[in-house]
Design a protein around this ligand. Structure first.
Ligand code: ZN
Length: 338
């Protein structure tokens, strides 16, 4: 099969790779229908995370089940499935508490930018759609594998409620998905912080009520002006840099909530500032699996269209261009067709 390998910083290649096999009785092998490049794939691509040896890459996928192991009971060959970027049994105590990304048996369906994928813990990880979805629904279903579920978790973690004022820091696919989530959860005012025209436009389509196109102290001042001088009830941090984290914290009102889902890189939060702020901070890798059944329904009913975050579609063989376009911010998110 063809699969994507990251060889070194900036060196991404499509190659002949061994076909994935069932290696444990709880595995499934799926034929990839669509996959994509994640903002977090850019960390090693840019050399921010070191690449020590050639590595299969990609963790977002939808596909059709080809084969299942002998212990798999609910997932069947032929089903169209969506799974989380972290495999979970969905039965342990952490899973039952709704934190499948901290599953006691968690595993990783790695190397998903490929024609076939081995998914561990198939019964716990994969969710099948009632029937084969139409082609136009595929991008939105694919978005549920990571970005939409992550945006949903950011909004949950930030305790967005009907009537809330919400600020979303980050205008990548996760931030834009966070706008969808805040809208679905009944937020009254949703401020998207973005300096890019195409992303601002999409944020407004997804339900943002305001755009703030400045950052840092100026951005904080703007948010304060908009919120009677106190800051927002809920802030979604969807980037992971020190600058974006401070932006999020300082845009939150005393007693408000921050949901942070950007993978932190060199983030240093001053404890004293946290102490005096009175706000609650919750984050981490999103338990996407917990939200899949609900989000699949919202996509199938046409209520949400997170697939609009894909503004570039390429054949899998052009994966190098997909990375380049996202790295240069020419694309928000690239969908790959095997
Ligand atoms: Zn578990």
């Amino acid at each position: 099969m063809l699969g994507t390998m990251l060889h070194a910083t900036g060196d991404i290649r499509i190659e002949d790779r061994p076909d994935p096999q069932i290696t444990r009785p709880t595995d499934a092998v799926i034929r990839t229908v669509a996959t994509c490049v994640c903002g977090s794939d850019l960390w090693p691509y840019r050399g921010i995370n070191p690449v020590t040896s050639p590595t299969p890459i990609g963790h977002e996928y939808v596909g059709v089940v080809e084969e299942v192991g002998t212990d798999v009971t609910t997932i069947k060959p032929g089903q169209f499935v969506i799974g989380s970027f972290i495999a979970s049994d969905n039965t342990c105590a952490n899973c039952r508490n709704g934190y499948q990304t901290s599953c006691l048996n968690r595993d990783f369906p790695n190397g998903c930018q490929s024609q076939y994928i081995r998914v561990p813990l198939a019964d716990g990880t994969l969710v099948a759609t009632p029937e084969q979805p139409s082609a136009e629904l595929i991008p939105s279903l694919l978005a549920l594998s990571d970005v939409m579920g992550t945006g949903w978790y950011a909004a949950r973690a930030a305790e967005v409620k009907p009537g809330s004022t919400v600020v979303v820091v980050g205008d990548g696919a996760v931030g834009l998905s966070g706008v969808i989530a805040a809208k679905e959860m009944g937020a009254e005012r949703i401020v998207a912080m973005s300096r890019h025209a195409s992303r601002q436009k999409l944020a407004l389509q997804f339900g943002a009520t305001d755009i703030v196109d400045v950052r840092g102290d100026e951005g904080v001042a703007r948010i304060k002006e908009m919120t009677g001088g106190i800051g927002a009830d809920s802030v979604l941090e969807c980037v992971g840099t020190n600058e974006s984290m401070l932006q999020a914290l300082r845009s939150t009102r005393p007693g408000g909530n921050v949901g942070f889902v950007g993978m932190p890189h060199d983030v240093n939060v001053p404890a004293e500032e946290l102490f005096y702020s009175h706000f609650a901070l919750r984050g981490g890798p999103a338990p996407v699996r917990d939200y899949l059944p609900d989000l699949i329904q919202r996509v199938l009913s046409g209520r949400i269209e997170p697939g609009k975050v894909f503004d570039l579609t390429l054949p899998l063989t052009e994966v190098a261009e997909a990375y380049k376009a996202m790295d240069e911010r020419r694309a928000i998110k690239a969908l790959l067709k095997p």
